[in-house]
Write a protein that binds this ligand. Structure first.
Ligand code: GLN
Length: 235
């Protein structure tokens, strides 16, 4: 169906896709572009043609790799991601990485495009999941928002909230780690600082953006606002 709207898709085959749909809706409201943007759940490769951007949600990258092996999605996305905006969160980052360590036995199909080396489950298993204050490197992401987690997470106390405009409260669930940024074109958008070391946890390379954490599980819409602006520029 032809439309004048900027169509932004969320891959809806597994994982936290509903949360991303809701966050994109909130972000559109915040940016006052609700009438221009339409958010759609994507289940069929044929839907890709009309989209300005796509979110590949967290969940389980091996499930998505298997799914891509059974239809045209995987192959189509490889060329599609060259021209459209993509946000990969957690398992989505794994799929967008050009180099992956800790792959499922026998390997797994990736989309690629991001010049990073990523390690699956490198922040630990489900029990090692954590929340942490991140430093935002890109001023475009700086601002103060009220940070209350939603979904199955308990509301945050004030002390858990990122207090400064250049900070963000990140939720890491069985998250991948970015072991290295392999090309100068890859911009680090956020870092996790510990023991004097800053580890990249969000990156952007041209039209591709990815996070190790789950921005859809907070009420802080900064990542989704940033992504919507990318989508609107692509359309
Ligand atoms: N460890 C998962 C994987 O390999 C990713 C976890 C997540 O997306 N929260 O796909």
């Amino acid at each position: 169906m032809a439309t004048d709207k900027v169509l932004v898709g969320v891959l809806a085959i597994q994982g936290a896709f509903i949360e991303h749909v809701k966050m994109l809706g909130r972000a559109a409201k915040q940016l006052d572009c609700e009438s221009r943007v339409q958010v759609v759940e994507v289940r069929e490769p044929s839907q890709l043609a009309e989209l300005a951007g796509l979110v590949i949600p967290g969940g389980e990258s091996t499930t998505m790799s298997l799914f891509f092996g059974k239809n045209l999605f995987g192959e189509l996305l490889k060329s599609w991601t060259e021209k459209r905006a993509v946000l990969g969160t957690c398992a989505g980052l794994i799929l967008l990485s050009n180099q992956l360590e800790g792959q499922k036995e026998g390997g797994q199909a990736l989309i690629g495009g991001l010049d990073v080396t990523t390690s699956r489950n490198s922040f630990g298993r489900q029990v090692d999941s954590f929340e942490a204050t991140l430093k935002l490197a890109d001023p475009a992401l700086h601002s103060n928002q009220s940070l209350t987690t939603i979904g199955s997470h308990a509301p945050l106390t004030t002390s858990q909230c990122a207090a400064k405009p250049d900070e963000y409260h990140g939720i890491f669930l069985r998250s991948p780690r970015i072991l290295s940024v392999d090309k100068p074109e890859v911009k680090v958008l956020a870092t996790l600082e510990s023991e004097g070391k800053a580890t990249p946890v969000a990156v952007r390379q041209n039209n591709l953006m990815a996070t190790c954490f789950h921005p859809e599980l907070t009420t802080d819409t900064r990542w989704h606002c940033y992504f919507l602006k990318m989508c609107m520029k692509m359309s």
